[in-house]
Design a protein around this ligand. Structure first.
Ligand code: SF4
Ligand code: SF4
Length: 503
C-alpha cells in the first residue's frame, strides 16, 4: 500500500502521497498556494519563488513546490511572513512588467493580475524606467510572443524540451537582458504549439486565433471531447453568444484542454484546437427540396416526400440499389438510429464508411491518431466495419456507372470532393440523392433533399474512442435553424416509411 504522510497546512490536515511535495498535495486537496513555475506535467524548477511558505521550526522561507512534507509538519502559506515573502516575489516579477493590463488579451486569466489582487496590493517602489523588450512577435502560426510580459518561469522552454521535444524556444542573454525567444532560423510550429498559450501564466504567449476576439469574462464553457481524431481528448468548449458582435460572430470562440490524466493529460494538439475555427461556416439550417420545384419544407413533409420518392423508384428498381455513405463522425446514438433505419428497416447492404483521403492523417506518440474521425469504434459496435463491410469509393463509382446503384443517401460526407469532376456526372445519373449533415459541402448542392443536422457541440451524445472507452459530450450551443441530431432524423424518416406502409 502506498505510504501517506499527514501534515498540517493552514490549519487543515492534509494527506500527502509518497513522493508528493507540499504544493502538489495542496493542489490535489483544492488548497491554493500561489505559484507560476510549477506545472503538474512540467516539474518544479523552483525559480519563481511565489510558493514560499512558513514551516514551523524552520528559520527561513521554504518553496513548497520542492518541499517534501514530513509526518506532523506544520506549514502556513497565508501567515503574515509567508505573505510578505510571496508579495516580495510578486513585486520582483512586476519590476519590468509593462502594466498594459487594459490592452492585454490575457486580462481576466492572468496570474499576475490574480495574485496582485489576492496578495499584492502594495504601492510600487519603482522609481526608474522599465526595461523594454520585444512586443507583438509572431513566433509561429498560432502563438504571439510579448517578451516584456515574460516572468521567466521557463514553463514554455520545458514544454518544447520534454513534451513536444521540438526545441524551438530558448532563454537568451543574462540578467536584465534575459529573454525568451525562438532559436534563430526556427519557427514555433510543432503540432502542439497552442498548448504554450495555455501554460504561460501571464500574457507573454497568447493565441493568435483568439487574441482580441472576445474578453474571457463574456465566454461560457461546456465540457466536451474533441472529435478531431479517435483519441477523443477531453476539452472545454468556450462559446461566445452573449454579445454576438464580438468574435466576428463566431459562436465557438476557442477549445481548451480539460485535464484528463487517462486520456490527454493537460494537452491537446493544434489540429484539434484550431480545426473547428470554421464551426459555423457553410452550415445548413433549413430543410430543403432542391431542383425545379425547390422549396423549404417542414420536417414531417420532407420525411414523407423522401419515403414517397423511394417507393416510386422501387416500383421498377431493386431496393438494394440505394447505397448509404456515412462516416465515423456519427455518435453512438446516431449509429443506433442509422442501423435501425438502413439495416434492420430498409435491409440495405451497400454502405460506404471508408475515410476520405483527408480523414487519414499524421500520428505521433503523444496524442494524435491516424484516423481523423472520432467514432469508427462506435460504428464497429453496431456492425459497421465488422459483419457489414465498407465499399471503396472506386467500387461505389463503378456501381453507379453500371446502374446497379440508383440512389445515394449521404450523411455528412462529400463524394464530389473525392470523385472530382467525374463525380458530378455520377451523381446526376441517380434517381434519388438525399444529403444530410451540418455542412452543405459540394454534394449538398446536387441533392434532391437537403436535411440540416446538428454539429457535435449542438447536441448531447457519446463517442467510443480507439481503446473502447465511451466518452460523453454535452450541448454547448443551440442548434442552427431547423437542424436536428442525426439520430432524430433517422427516426423521423423511419417513422415516415412506417406511415407509408413501406417497412
Ligand atoms: S513566455 Fe510565459 S511560459 Fe515562457 S518563460 Fe515567459 S512567462 Fe513563462
Ligand atoms: S489528438 Fe485528436 S482528439 Fe486530441 S486534440 Fe488532437 S485531434 Fe483532437
Amino acid at each position: 500500500m502506498a505510504k501517506t504522510i499527514r501534515f498540517t497546512l493552514d490549519g487543515r490536515t492534509v494527506e500527502a502521497r509518497e513522493g508528493e511535495t507540499v504544493l502538489e498535495a495542496a493542489q490535489r486537496c483544492g488548497l491554493r498556494i500561489p505559484h507560476y513555475c510549477w506545472h503538474q506535467a512540467l516539474g518544479n524548477p523552483g525559480n519563481c519563488r511565489m510558493c514560499n511558505v512558513e514551516v514551523e521550526g524552520a528559520a527561513k522561507p521554504m518553496v513548497s513546490c520542492r518541499l517534501q512534507p514530513k509526518e506532523g509538519m506544520v506549514v502556513r502559506s497565508a501567515a503574515p511572513a509567508a505573505r510578505r515573502w510571496q508579495r516580495a516575489a510578486l513585486e520582483f516579477h512586476l519590476v519590468d512588467h509593462p502594466l498594459d493590463c487594459p490592452v492585454c488579451d490575457q486580462s481576466g486569466e492572468c496570474g499576475l493580475q490574480d495574485y496582485y489582487m489576492d496578495i499584492g496590493r502594495y504601492p510600487s517602489s519603482l522609481r526608474d524606467d522599465k526595461w523594454h523588450m520585444g512586443k507583438r512577435m509572431p513566433i509561429g502560426p498560432h502563438i504571439m510572443l510579448d517578451q516584456e510580459r515574460c516572468i521567466m518561469c521557463t514553463r514554455c522552454t520545458r514544454f518544447v524540451s520534454t513534451v513536444s521535444q521540438s526545441h524551438e524556444l530558448g532563454i537568451f542573454g543574462r540578467g536584465h537582458s534575459q529573454v525568451v525567444d525562438v532559436v534563430p532560423g526556427r519557427s514555433l510550429d510543432n503540432p502542439y504549439s497552442g498548448c504554450l498559450a495555455d501554460i504561460c501564466p501571464v500574457g507573454a504567449l497568447t493565441d493568435r486565433d483568439f487574441r482580441f476576439q472576445v474578453r474571457v469574462w463574456y465566454l461560457d464553457e461546456a465540457e466536451s471531447v474533441c472529435p478531431g481524431c479517435s483519441r477523443l481528448c477531453s476539452i472545454w468548449a468556450h462559446t461566445s453568444t452573449r454579445r454576438p458582435w464580438h468574435n466576428q460572430g463566431r459562436r465557438l470562440a476557442r477549445l481548451k484542454p480539460r485535464l484528463d490524466p487517462e486520456v490527454n493529460g493537460p494537452w491537446i494538439c493544434d489540429e484539434g484546437r484550431y480545426g473547428f475555427a470554421g464551426f459555423d461556416s457553410d452550415r445548413l439550417g433549413r430543410v430543403l427540396r432542391l431542383g425545379r420545384d425547390a422549396a423549404e419544407l417542414p420536417w414531417d413533409a420532407a420525411c414523407d416526400e423522401i419515403a414517397v420518392a423511394w417507393h416510386r423508384v422501387v416500383r421498377h428498381k431493386k431496393p438494394e440499389g440505394l447505397a448509404v455513405v456515412a462516416s465515423g463522425a456519427l455518435s453512438n446514438q446516431d449509429w443506433a438510429g442509422f442501423r435501425s433505419l438502413f439495416v434492420d428497416g430498409l435491409r440495405l447492404s451497400r454502405f460506404l464508411f471508408a475515410p476520405e483521403p483527408d480523414q487519414v492523417g499524421a500520428e505521433d506518440g503523444l496524442l494524435r491518431r491516424r484516423d481523423k474521425v472520432p467514432n469508427l469504434a462506435g460504428g464497429r459496435a453496431f456492425g459497421f466495419g465488422a459483419e457489414i463491410q465498407s465499399l471503396t469509393w472506386q467500387t461505389l463509382a463503378e456501381q453507379i456507372e453500371q446502374g446497379e446503384v440508383w440512389g445515394l443517401y449521404v450523411v455528412d460526407r462529400d463524394p464530389l470532393k473525392v470523385w472530382g469532376e467525374k463525380g458530378r456526372a455520377l451523381l446526376e445519373r441517380l434517381d434519388l440523392l438525399v444529403y444530410q449533415g451540418p455542412r452543405k459541402g459540394l454534394t449538398g448542392e446536387l441533392a434532391r433533399f437537403r436535411l440540416p443536422a446538428t454539429a457535435w457541440l449542438e447536441e448531447d451524445g457519446e463517442f467510443t474512442d480507439f481503446q473502447g472507452r465511451v466518452r460523453g459530450y454535452r450541448r454547448a450551443l443551440e442548434p442552427l435553424g431547423q437542424a436536428r441530431p442525426d439520430w432524430e432524423i433517422f427516426a423521423a424518416i423511419e417513422a415516415a416509411f412506417h406511415g407509408g406502409g413501406g417497412l
